[in-house]
Design a protein around this ligand. Sequence first.
Ligand SMILES: *[C@@H]1O[C@H](CO)[C@@H](O)[C@H](O)[C@H]1NC(C)=O
Ligand SMILES: *[C@@H]1O[C@H](CO)[C@@H](O)[C@H](O)[C@H]1NC(C)=O
Ligand SMILES: *[C@@H]1O[C@H](CO)[C@@H](O)[C@H](O)[C@H]1NC(C)=O
Length: 549
Amino acid sequence: MDSVIMEAKILVFIILQLELFLFSNLVLGAHSNGGSWELLKKSIGISSMHIQLLQNERIITFDRTDAGPSNLTLPKGRKCPKISGRRDCYVHAVELDMMNNLNVRPLTVLSDTWCSSGSLLPDGKLVQSGGYGNGEKVVRTLEPCPTCDWKEDYKGLISPRWYASNQVLPGGNIIVVGGRFQFSYEFIPKSSKPEDHRLYTLPFLKETRYSSQIPNNLYPFTHLSTDGNLFIFANNRGILLDYVKNKVVKTYPTMPGEVARNYPSTGSSVLLPLDLSTKTTPEAEVFICGGTHPESFNKAKAGIFLEATKTCGRLRITAANPKWEMEEMPISRVLGDMIMLPTGDVLIINGAANGSAGWWYARVPVYNPVIYRPAEAATANRFEVLKAATIPRLYHSTAHLLSDGRVLVAGSNPNHNYNFTVPFPTELSVEAFSPPYLTSGKPRPSISSVKPGMNLAYKQKFSVEFQVKVRQLGKFYLTMVAPSFTTHSFSMNQRLLLLAVNRVRRMSSGSYAVEGDAPASAAVAPPGYYQLFVVYEGVPSVGKWVHIK
Ligand SMILES: *[C@@H]1O[C@H](CO)[C@@H](O)[C@H](O)[C@H]1NC(C)=O
Ligand SMILES: *[C@@H]1O[C@H](CO)[C@@H](O)[C@H](O)[C@H]1NC(C)=O
Ligand SMILES: *[C@@H]1O[C@H](CO)[C@@H](O)[C@H](O)[C@H]1NC(C)=O
């Protein structure tokens, strides 16, 4: 009897030890080999501060025109921007062709795009707003075409907007929220409608500043809720805004913890998958991770680099009585990007464990991405540490989901200008991170066609034909992802829809035809381009571009 108890005790002891071992390795990242990294290009000539994928598989990325020389000179005959009375004939914006080995095409931008924001219009045109100096009121547009270049309207905005956030609205127009010392919002592109020519005040942006010394709530997190109102979050508070009536329709509980989440305490935020499989107007849930103490920026100035937060909060913004559910990441992080993967999981990548945003103010790069699986019932199973990168990606770095399911990672320039002789030099390289679903060796589905075609209408039934090399069809679903404009750790307009699936049949060709429902409304899915994925047993296909209106 005693020896049985003894043995059981030893067993429990061994199991505990094993768990401790696994746990400590998880924290240290030693066993975290999920996914893989690939260097795509050592230099694209500029440091990627802002980034957007277009439906023609080209990436538009740019930094700022007042950074001094980049590593690429403008082709002969191009106009050079004039900064502080001096001509700057260096490239500050490029197009990367994802179908052609990241071929770099220099673009011409004359106004200063520093810390600006952007969105895609329903027709796929990139609209980009604000910036610094002569760029503060500029609205820039770029058509998705292989020879197109920026068009700049110096009177595109009513107010100067440096560090503002954008969101595409159900009407296909764009709301531009905040910016340094701008406690207001407005709409672009300006039409002849009177509402486009007025400024709407938003005291919330003034009330959510944490520190008196700096405008401590820049790049507010903006997410279009499924009821058509706009969720806005700054530092530790959120509101739901009826932007047409200029009325706050809901004030959310304060997020627990003494943490600021917006620039320069930069955390990040996503709208979790909108589940259309059972409801045409789904619940909306926001997930905010990382950030740091509100005084971190001021401390960093004094040479003290506070540890960033591990905390994240989930808030069901459509609930009658929304409550924050707090969770902890395995690693502390500030300046991290949150990228929605086609599966509906969240990748948290880039950033640092100490310090804040701002030049020279981050320390201890976090090399390991982590994945968060929001659908896991047990919170303990949601986070997983993934394979470490080798290149620090700190302030002014970017990330973007690619159609092939990888995540492009670029930029990092925590310096005043391009500087290659400092501990955290200006990064001109571009890498791709393959999430674990691409390295698992599991069968990958592939979409052969979408019928009746890529142009979908709201509520339309459509069919997706796909192949997957398995004997018997297992679990699968369809997702649609809106490509984001990413800068300063926030991916504007990022949105993932889990579509309703009616039936699936096996074709004589051996492939499968699944009938899906297009989203029902523009509040759920603003008009424009999306990447459509089939996710089979956790592995996504390559995305196919579809358009909805
Ligand atoms: C960029 O240019 C600088 C100065 O000419 C040079 O030292 C550096 O190696 C270049 N960087 C890359 C990645 O090409
Ligand atoms: C980062 O923060 C931790 C915890 O406060 C501290 O021990 C460490 O020294 C900090 N690192 C730097 C480089 O300041
Ligand atoms: C790079 O930064 C260091 C440290 O701030 C500075 O001394 C140096 O002059 C900078 N180099 C350039 C090219 O700006």
